[in-house]
Design a protein around this ligand. Structure first.
Ligand code: TXA
Ligand code: MG
Length: 594
């Protein structure tokens, strides 16, 4: 679904800013979309009685219109206007768990426009227990239709920053109410029939529902073919980070903490005071991670691995002090390893954060309990599932294009990328990325050589084999590239090369010959798409001779540590090389200028 920015900037409203809350509520009631906190995850709300306003939610989210929204209320007195029937089980569940992390589905009233419920004759009602949510919903004065406030296909947001990351410019305001306490979306229970049916597990567990209704509720978590999806994730792939996720189950016999909910306590670890029993327990928790990390590093010595794990695991790995292992691990610890409530609270934040760090794989803790564990594993399972149907707008791991291209005239568009690699990503590769990008912007649009109806989006990228994350390029290189090619690479941020970058790139180029050699040594299977600039030229039959007629060695050294003049010289050489090779680069990816 097409997304268009409609605000220059989305207002971020603090929960203590009463005027700001009133303003956001007034705008929501008047037809705009506002992000707001709840105890489960953040929601993206619009006036549930206003069909056009509800449409704006779908636009902002990039979400298909066949997935129904939940209607949020601040008082149970609003319910009769929204539903046409309250079954005994619906009543019991609302009495017991509302306000709280539950959505009760009932037959809808005529007041609710059909785009709220995706054409269904039922509606999900939810009354959050979050203080700011209630205050805000009351100020709105109307029932508020809201899905989770993430971009379709990315993890649900549990902090206002997450909502801003996904929605800045697309919605009027976001109310910042701090971190969502539960961290997983509400339990969705269909109470429109005789038996309650759990459509989505959450913090209100099946056992809690059964004990209140005196039933044995059905759980229905997969959509039959052709059926309208009954709950999120039944049809659409949700919660998926870019990196693949592997689940590392807690060792058998580990007592799960807080499976029926409850407050998590902080984890403290004093390695000096570890008794024998604790050491063994910590080791058992850590060993499966250690094994997997070692295996990965054998496969790929550049791998960067994200660990979503208990504090014990990180503490013990640090105590083992294996420099190689540690330098490849990025930790997100949620609390005590066995605490499923803490893991649930942090899951989406963890997936987002590890993803931003560009890890190649995420190892995440798994729980086999019967309560909250079920909801946690349901979400984690979806993150681990790489084969589901993808939703539009889903982040495929490729960066969107820089510059504007008119590719609308093509029936189909393919994305192709050239990745430049050096060591630090602060000098050579950053410069090459900038230079190639400027050439692409000048020469575009491109079409496929094989089928002129297929447009080619081409972009340049860069990364370093030993790069730090997020550093700025070398200032002398920034200046040199500006002088030589008129391009400002000052905004570039360094990145470490990852397996998925290597996989996703159509051509990989280096300035230094030995850098190309090193990549091919680590990934022999992709040797056909890795070249240094000089080996790429030679492979196309371009041979350069110096003034004495000798074949010139053209590996371009890294100017790091040299003076400005050397940088200038390097930037000029890179510019000349890439200009010269550009037609061959197009040829390599079977694209042509049009
Ligand atoms: O915790 C939550 O439920 C959060 C916060 C913001 O309240 N909301 C949320 O909304 O997770 P969303 O749209 O991401 O997921 C709600 C799902 C819908 O996708 C839908 O599948 C199910 O609840 N649902 C809503 N109304 C339904 C209905 N009438 N029949 C069946 N399922 C329904
Ligand atoms: Mg959602």
């Amino acid at each position: 679904m097409e997304r268009t920015k409609i605000y220059r900037e989305t207002r971020l409203v603090s929960k203590t800013d009463i005027r700001g809350l009133e303003d956001a509520a007034k705008h929501l009631a008047g037809g705009e979309v506002v992000g707001f906190p709840t105890e489960t995850v953040y929601g993206l709300g619009a006036n549930a009685f206003d069909e056009e306003a509800v449409d704006r939610i779908f636009k902002a989210k990039g979400r298909p219109g066949d997935n129904p929204l939940i209607v949020h209320i601040y008082s149970k007195e609003q319910i009769p206007e929204l539903v046409s029937e309250i079954t005994p089980n619906a009543q019991k569940l609302m009495d017991a768990f509302m306000p709280g992390p539950i959505t009760v589905i009932m037959k809808k009233s005529d007041r609710i426009p059909s785009n709220v419920t995706a054409g269904l004759d039922t509606v999900g009602i939810r009354m959050p227990s979050h203080e700011t949510a209630n205050q805000f919903l009351k100020l709105c004065g109307c029932p508020v239709a809201a899905p989770s406030a993430n971009l379709s296909g990315s993890p649900s947001p549990t902090r206002a920053e997450h909502v801003m990351d996904d929605m800045n410019g697309y919605v009027y305001a976001v109310v910042d109410g701090g971190e969502s306490n539960v961290g997983l979306e509400s339990t969705v229970v269909d109470c429109s029939g005789e038996q309650p049916v759990v459509l989505r597990p959450g913090a209100i567990t099946k056992a809690m529902i059964d004990s209140v209704c005196g039933t044995d509720s059905d759980t229905k978590l997969t959509a039959e073919k052709g059926e309208t999806p009954k709950a999120p994730g039944m049809k659409y792939r949700h919660y998926a980070p870019n990196a693949p996720v592997e689940i590392i189950m807690l060792p058998e016999g580990t007592g799960i903490i807080n499976d029926e909910g409850g407050e998590s306590s902080d984890f403290e670890f004093d390695s000096e005071k570890l008794n024998e029993e604790d050491s063994k327990r910590y080791y058992n928790l850590t060993a499966p991670y250690l094994t997997r990390v070692s295996e990965m590093l054998k496969e790929n010595p550049f791998a960067r691995i994200g660990l979503f794990c208990g504090g014990e695991v990180k503490a013990l790995l640090q105590k083992l002090d294996d420099k190689v292992i540690l330098s490849h691990c990025h930790f997100y610890t949620y609390g005590r390893a066995a605490d499923v409530s803490a893991a649930s609270h942090c899951l989406f934040d963890g997936m987002r954060l590890l993803d931003i760090q560009g890890v190649d794989l995420i190892l995440a803790a798994g729980f086999d309990g019967a309560g909250l564990s079920k909801a946690y594993m349901n979400r984690l399972g979806k993150a681990a599932l790489r084969t589901g149907e993808t939703t539009p707008e889903m982040n495929t791991g490729k960066k969107t294009l820089r510059g504007e291209r008119d590719l609308d005239s093509f029936s189909d568009v393919e994305t192709m990328s050239v990745l430049f690699v050096c060591r630090s990503n602060r000098t050579l590769s950053a410069a090459c990325e900038g230079i190639l990008t400027s050439i692409i912007n000048r020469e575009q649009p491109f079409a496929s050589v094989n089928d002129a109806g297929i447009g080619i989006e081409l972009y340049a990228d860069s990364a370093g084999m030993y790069a730090m994350e997020g550093e700025s390029p070398n200032e002398m290189m920034v200046k040199a590239v500006k002088d030589a090619a008129g391009v400002n690479i000052g905004h570039h941020k360094t990145r470490r090369v990852t397996v998925s970058m290597i996989d996703n790139s159509d051509l990989i180029l280096t300035a230094r010959d030995d850098d190309a050699y090193e990549i091919v040594k680590s990934f022999p299977e992709i040797k056909n798409k890795v070249f240094s600039l000089s080996s790429f030229a030679a492979s196309r039959g371009l041979v350069f001779k110096d003034d004495k007629g000798r074949v010139a060695g053209v590996s371009i050294p890294d100017p790091e540590g040299e003076n400005q003049e050397t940088f200038n010289h390097t930037a000029k050489a890179l510019k000349a090389w890439i200009e010269l090779l550009f037609p061959y680069i197009l040829g390599e990816i079977e694209a042509q200028r049009i």
